[in-house]
Design a protein around this ligand. Structure first.
Ligand SMILES: Nc1ncnc2c1ncn2[C@@H]1O[C@H](COP(=O)(O)OP(=O)(O)OP(=O)(O)O)[C@@H](O)[C@H]1O
Length: 642
């Protein structure tokens, strides 16, 4: 007999056990969500069937009326959710109900703290799903058959908890005439309030009203003779059962939008904001797009699923339609429903489709406009939302500066930075704020990039800017190098790194300073040449600078060379960055530099130490730290006269 023809007991993947345990404990206070999650899965299963049946009508097996039913049995103490959707084969049952295939699973478990409230929030982010059944049930039985397979290929899956733990589940073949899935929850002690039409109906209208398929329950009527409510054999639809996005906006309550988001976004929390519009013209489509309130676990996984579902005339076509949103807006969730695309549109067609390009552009504009409206709002609550958005998704949005040429200026307007104005790591300064605070005579936007916020804030390159009270943006995300590489101008003002050679403060420098610089360059000519010879290959040049006030020296990149921070990032990423040597700039009024003028015996050591400390100060690492330490020690001893 084949392995699949008999009953088997299988072990859960370790993560499933952990998740089950956690879910029961952390989400108990919100136990009602189990129904929303199971109905949501049933609805997805119906959508999948409708789509697969587009070119394989026989999958309907003569029953094209997709629906979800919720029943309860007071005597058996069970609640049952049944759908006639796509169903699952044996292998699918094992893969879907015995493991967690999601990306980011390991990170998720690593972040758990044991604090129930925090963990509940995390589970919400991770996705609650099928396993939430165990919040209210101590035994769950699933009967399912995949559409198109013979009745003999039905599957029965069952898992019972002993105490709070479940280690294994059983799976066996069954004869099942109906396609689709039935999930039976054997309720835990104390959950009997769920065995009521009224209770279940109220949960459905609270959480699942927007589900497209009809959700049906048996009718309950007043029996005059018995003087009580009795359940009839006839079913009635208890939800609105219409596509929410297709309804006029003024007929949709805020709570409907939120409930729909939880379904479409697979999120446990509420969305941050949304935009809903019907677009007419060359392309006709409806979009309902949401910005989540927190980043999903797989935000940094570029292959992660994308959140926008594509429908054509209310028929679900596909999840994760990555072509509908640019990568830098991959956090957006929602629905696009096209009136023009053919129903048999495939991923391949989508790749090429001009219509899809137009829809993507339209959706991108809408999302950017939504973000702009939050960012520019006068209302504190909206502004707060934008701050939350930026904290969660700012790094992703930054990718757009280089990715979306057409919307570059718009995206740039949405960026927020830390700066020397507040000198804190909070990213709150927009480029427009910066420009509004520019000094008289200032025509450039200055920034510094470094590996960490502190390295940026304490960078010696900032000294002259601090002295003159000129604001500098402090950039310490890796993606900032990408931003500044692609954004050279905003609102007609050039963006300039303060760590590049040939710093020209233009009108911000006064005549006296310019003269002083020329004089110093003359005076130090000999020293500069001597240092250059001593440092050899390590530097491109040695120059006098007036940008330093406290530090003796700093390193800068030549105007057209790669910035030092970017060079380090590329090196760390294993990329072959073009080798460019830095320029060592020295502060002519610093005592260490003045001392060097008269130095003969230890000149090479002094020069090397100046170079190395300049490298350290801007976040670089030394090639040969041991020699640096040795030199410092020697110089200290020499100074103390030993
Ligand atoms: N009623 C159902 N009919 C068919 N397949 C189902 C059904 N319920 C669950 N599944 C399958 O089991 C998988 C796992 O479900 P689960 O609810 O745990 O996660 P999910 O829906 O993929 O994501 P999320 O955790 O965000 O809800 C689903 O992706 C689906 O393939």
């Amino acid at each position: 007999m084949s392995e699949t023809a008999t009953a088997q007991t299988l072990n859960f993947q370790a993560e499933v056990k952990q998740l089950l345990h956690l879910m029961i404990h952390s989400l108990y206070s919100n136990r009602e969500i189990f129904l929303r999650e199971l109905i949501s899965n049933a609805s997805d299963a119906c959508d999948k069937l409708r789509f697969e049946a587009l070119d394989k009508a026989e999958l309907f097996e003569g029953d094209g009326e997709l629906k979800i039913r919720v029943d309860f049995d007071k005597d058996a103490r069970t609640v049952t959710i049944t759908d006639n959707g796509i169903g699952m084969s044996r292998d699918e049952v094992v893969a879907n109900l015995g493991t967690i295939a999601k990306s980011g699973t390991r990170e998720f478990f690593g972040q758990l703290t044991g604090d129930q409230q925090k963990d509940a929030h995390l589970i919400g982010q991770f996705g609650v799903g099928f396993y939430s059944a165990f919040i209210v049930a101590d035994k769950v039985t699933v009967h399912t058959r995949r559409a198109g397979l013979p009745a003999a290929e039905g599957v029965r899956w069952e898992c019972a908890m002993s105490g709070d733990t479940a280690g294994e589940y059983s799976i066996e073949p069954i004869e099942r005439a109906e396609r689709g899935t039935r999930i039976t929850l054997h309720l835990r002690e104390g959950q009997d309030d769920l065995l009521s039409s009224w209770k279940l109906k109220s949960l459905i209208s609270k959480y699942s009203d927007h589900i497209v398929q009809p959700i049906q329950m048996k009718k309950e009527e007043w029996d005059e003779e018995k003087k009580e409510q009795v359940v009839r054999d006839e079913y009635e639809t208890v939800n609105q059962a219409s596509a929410l996005w297709a309804r006029p906006r003024n007929e949709i309550a805020e709570d409907d939008y939120k409930a729909f988001y939880k379904h479409v976004g697979h999120d446990y929390d509420e969305p941050l904001a949304w935009t809903h519009a019907r677009v007419e013209g060359r392309q006709e489509y409806t979009q309902l797009l949401y910005v989540p309130a927190h980043a999903p676990f797989d935000l940094w996984d570029r292959n992660a699923r994308h959140g926008v579902k594509l429908y054509v005339k209310r028929v679900f076509i596909m999840d994760d339609a990555e072509k509908l949103m640019p990568t830098y807006l991959r956090f957006v969730r929602g629905v696009v429903d096209s009136a023009d695309l053919p129903l048999n549109v495939s991923r391949e067609i989508l790749q090429e489709s001009k219509d899809i390009d137009a829809i993507r552009q339209g959706c991108t504009k809408k999302v950017l406009a939504l973000l702009e409206s939050l960012a520019n709002s006068d209302e504190a609550a909206e502004k707060e939302k934008y701050a939350t958005f930026w904290k969660e998704f700012g790094k992703v949005l930054k990718e757009g500066v280089g990715e979306d040429f057409a919307n570059k200026e718009k995206i740039a307007g949405l960026l927020r930075f830390a700066s020397t104005h507040a000198d804190t790591p909070d990213e709150t300064v927009s480029l427009a704020d910066y420009i509004g605070r520019m000094k008289e005579g200032q025509d450039k936007i200055y920034y510094v990039t470094a590996e960490t916020f502190n390295a940026a804030r304490n960078s010696p390159h900032l000294e002259v800017f601090r002295k003159k009270g000129i604001e500098v943006l402090l950039l310490s995300d890796r993606v900032d190098e990408w931003v500044t590489g692609n954004l050279t101008e905003f609102d007609g003002k050039q963006l300039v790194s303060v760590a590049k050679g040939g710093l020209d403060l233009g009108a911000l420098e006064d005549e006296a300073e310019k003269k002083e610089a020329e004089k110093a360059a003359d005076e130090y000519k000999e020293l500069l040449e001597k240092m250059k010879a001593s440092l050899g290959e390590r530097v491109k040049d040695v120059q006098v600078t007036l940008r330093l006030t406290d530090s003796p020296a700093c390193l800068v990149a030549d105007e057209h060379d790669l910035g030092m921070n970017l060079a380090r990032i590329l090196k760390a990423a294993g990329q072959n960055a073009p080798a460019s040597r830095p320029i060592l700039e020295i502060n002519p009024s610093h005592p260490a530099v003045l001392r060097l003028k008269g130095e003969t015996q230890h000149f090479d050591d002094w020069a090397a130490v100046l170079f190395d400390q300049a490298l350290l100060a801007e976040g670089g690492t030394l090639d040969d730290p041991a020699s640096f330490v040795k030199r410092i020690n020697q110089l200290m001893l020499a100074m103390s006269g030993n």
